[in-house]
Design a protein around this ligand. Structure first.
Ligand code: FA5
Ligand code: MG
Length: 473
């Protein structure tokens, strides 16, 4: 749900964003809560994981071949964000439900590709730079959860061949650039990551090469694109594994899949196997010739990609929640320092409150079959034995560790962070067993009061007694 505050964008009013004034109109849907995040420029703070990640990515696309840009002003024209890139008029990305409009002509960029046109115009100048990277904050109207936040960071990269102004004839220029591309492709470093390529056919309508392109050249551009990004993944993987013990290291698995973007053809996405699931890291492809032409690079051919920095930072630092990147908590920020890849140590914002519960458990009924890893007893309700009565109805069941977990979850919900067994012993004469569990009560939103925690803890004890017949010590 993306309710917007009416007072934020009254038509006719003026709003200053990144130092420039804009007149609001009926298209305006940007809110103050979003605008408050403009100017944080996380990618410029040397010790911030977004900046550390940016630098690492930039180092894989070194100067002088690539110039590195950052773009702090997020307001761009509809033309630069959509029109120049060939977005059709009815593309869903243009809609006010997906995009933050400042007014009918200006919006908060939804991707770094909004700067492609300007960046291409810097190429082929005197310095003969053949490529670039761009880093910026981007804005999309979206839900808020662990993996979605309305502001995130992207990096864009591009590389163009055939800008050599010394070569006069078009034919000579093309054969020269084909030769150069082949040489440069061979020069790319090899990698040892596992790559599955499901996007090798671009002679069909599904993911076609552009009709004005030479198939040999397209193959070279695509190979150079893929090898360059595989090299990036190798470097990211090497950095991420540094802080992991040798025995816990795993090979990196990536795959190429076909994609569609209005501004590249053929197009590809790169995915990585992350915690057993394929996670999309980036989009890429051979730049639409019309875009190069508009930037004055009529003799050029090249590739471009755009990636989400948070996704890479997650792989590198193990940061589990995208909202953490915006944290001003020292316990987050102090964990990172320039040029260092370390694993994130989770923390909660508010103090923990530890409470112990110790009790004697009933011996397991004779002949009961154990369940789970720590079968101190056997609950009648478990194990699919339908002939036995439920523990709450008749006599209490014997205790199993999962039972206390369930009770705590039920009583304390998200206020319980963890439950751990801290002590256990068997009475020397009676043979009864005593267990002691430590419950960590903690809220992510506030400091819990002692009274509040005591109430929760008393309720846990009461239920343990009633449901499992334990004798509290
Ligand atoms: C684009 O934004 C294209 N501009 C990428 C591109 C550039 C393609 C140049 C071709 C040439 P997409 O919307 O898929 O594509 O976003 C690119 C990457 O940004 C994704 O692969 C993902 O890593 C990241 N990303 C997208 N949405 C989110 C989100 N809500 N939160 C975090 N990361 C995101
Ligand atoms: Mg995508």
């Amino acid at each position: 749900k993306t309710a917007e505050s009416k007072s934020d964008g009254q038509p006719g009013h003026q709003k200053t964003i990144a130092g420039a004034p804009y007149v609001l109109d009926n298209t305006t849907n940007v809110t103050d809560s979003i605008l408050n995040l403009v100017g944080r420029n996380l990618y410029e703070h040397p010790d911030h994981p977004i900046c550390i990640t940016r630098k690492l990515i930039e180092s894989c696309f070194p100067q002088p071949e690539y110039n590195h840009f950052t773009m702090s002003d997020p307001v761009v024209t509809v033309r630069d964000n959509f029109d120049v890139l060939g977005f059709p008029a009815d593309h869903p990305g243009r809609s006010r439900t997906d995009t933050y409009y400042v007014n009918s002509s200006h919006l908060l960029r939804t991707h770094t590709s909004a700067h492609q046109h300007a960046a291409f115009q810097t190429l082929g100048s005197e310095e003969r730079t053949t490529g670039y990277t761009i880093c910026a904050d981007v804005y999309r109207r979206d839900s808020i959860d662990r993996s979605h936040f309305p502001v995130f960071h992207q990096m864009e990269g591009a590389r163009v061949w055939g800008l050599d102004p010394d070569i006069e004839s078009r034919y000579a220029a093309q054969s020269a650039r084909t030769a150069k591309m082949a040489t440069q492709l061979k020069a790319l470093p090899s990698t040892s990551i596992i790559v599955e390529d499901n996007a090798t056919n671009f002679s069909t309508d599904v993911n076609p090469m552009q009709p004005e392109h030479d198939p040999t050249e397209v193959q070279l551009v695509v190979s150079h694109l893929k090898r360059s990004l595989e090299y990036l993944m190798q470097q990211i993987h090497n950095a991420a594994q540094q802080s992991i013990p040798q025995s816990a290291r795993t090979p990196l698995q990536v795959r190429w899949v076909e994609a569609y973007f209005p501004f590249t053809s053929p197009s590809f996405e790169l995915e990585v196997l992350w915690n057993g699931e394929w996670l999309e890291l980036l989009g890429s492809g051979v730049v639409q010739q019309s875009i190069l032409n508009k930037a004055g690079l009529t003799r050029g051919i090249g590739w471009a990609w755009g990636l989400g920095i948070e996704r890479f930072a997650m792989l590198l630092f193990g940061i589990p929640d995208i909202r953490l990147f915006w944290s001003t908590d020292k316990r987050f920020l102090q964990q990172f320092s320039s040029g260092k890849i370390t694993k994130f140590e989770p923390f909660s914002k508010y103090p923990p409150c530890y409470k112990d519960i110790a009790f004697w458990i009933n011996p397991a009924p004779a002949g009961a079959s154990p369940r789970g890893a720590t079968p101190w007893g056997s609950a009648a309700a478990a194990g699919g034995d339908a002939t036995k009565a439920s523990p709450t109805e008749t006599q209490p069941a014997a205790f199993h560790e999962n039972d206390i977990m369930e009770v705590v979850r039920d009583v304390a919900g998200s206020l319980a962070e963890d439950v751990k067994l801290v002590d256990e012993f068997v009475h020397p004469t009676s043979g009864r067993k005593s267990l002691c569990y430590r419950i960590n009560y903690r809220s992510l939103e506030r400091t819990l009061t002692n009274e509040e925690v005591n109430r929760l803890h008393d309720e846990v004890a009461k239920r343990m007694k009633a449901q499992f017949g334990v004798e509290l010590r």
